[in-house]
Design a protein around this ligand. Sequence first.
Ligand code: HEM
Length: 284
Amino acid sequence: MFPWPLRHLPGPHQEMFRHQKAVKGFIRQEIMRHKLGAPEAPKDFISCYLAQITKAMDDPVSTFNEENLIQVVIDLFLGGTDTTATTLRWALILMVQHRDVQERVQQELDEVLGAASAVCYEDRERLPYTCAVLHEVQRLSSVVTVGAVRQCVTSTRVCGYPMPKGTIILPNLASVLYDPECWETPRQFNPGHFLDKDGNFVVNEAFLPFSAGHRMCPGDQLARMELFLMFATLLRNFRLQLPEGSPRLKLEYIFGGTLQPQPQDICAVPRLGSPSPGPRAECL
Ligand code: HEM
């Protein structure tokens, strides 16, 4: 991914290479631990992948090998941690900014979940407003604003434009997430984008934070589940607000691969009678 001379030049990027080496070393150890373990039915990603390497051993064009396994595990961690955590941080900030929306979500959670000990993913069907808010957070925060860098493996045409083999493609997801033809108030936080006139949740086909097509995010279902359970559990249990005397929320993003909020303090004040310690384990 990086031009090879960078590896030999001094500079802060060397620290990144050191971390990369440490992560790879850790994953190698994990692979070794799996190989040394008792042979049994594959029960996790690494053991399934190792079984596939063995199965494809006689295939001369197979891409299943240990170096690729290490890279795929890195991809899963890279793709699956910062994205979800950053979206959740925006959700908390937007709830502080839009106090009325926060209160309406809490009211819906109280009414629908009542005394249930914890939130369950299936509950989303009965929580249209909460779902709309979370979708709007994802739309407006647009954390992966330019999708992953891709390259054409063969020459093709898109909407009549020629794309020669080797062309680098950067999908501009923000152009869809903020398209004035698809959203009533594209640059403003508006959960109404995902609600019909009766308050039912509605999907909008321009909602593409996970991109589209064959190479869309493979972790979208996991991300949606994580976000829903964490967001609903946090809002059910805490009132989010600025600390006393704090001047204002910082809403400008920092670009760090994803579009991230600036570091800032937010208070989570326990809500009276909040019932739950966390999501129900049996629902995960
Ligand atoms: C809010 C959370 C997330 C967002 C907004 C997001 C968004 C995206 C986007 C836009 C892409 C590029 C798709 C393309 O090129 O067309 C992508 C790729 C990817 N995502 Fe996610 N993602 C999220 C969570 C996750 C999670 C939880 C995982 C896995 C545990 C994950 C794993 C990946 C991987 C491995 C790729 C690269 C796929 C490939 O190269 O084919 N993502 N994601």
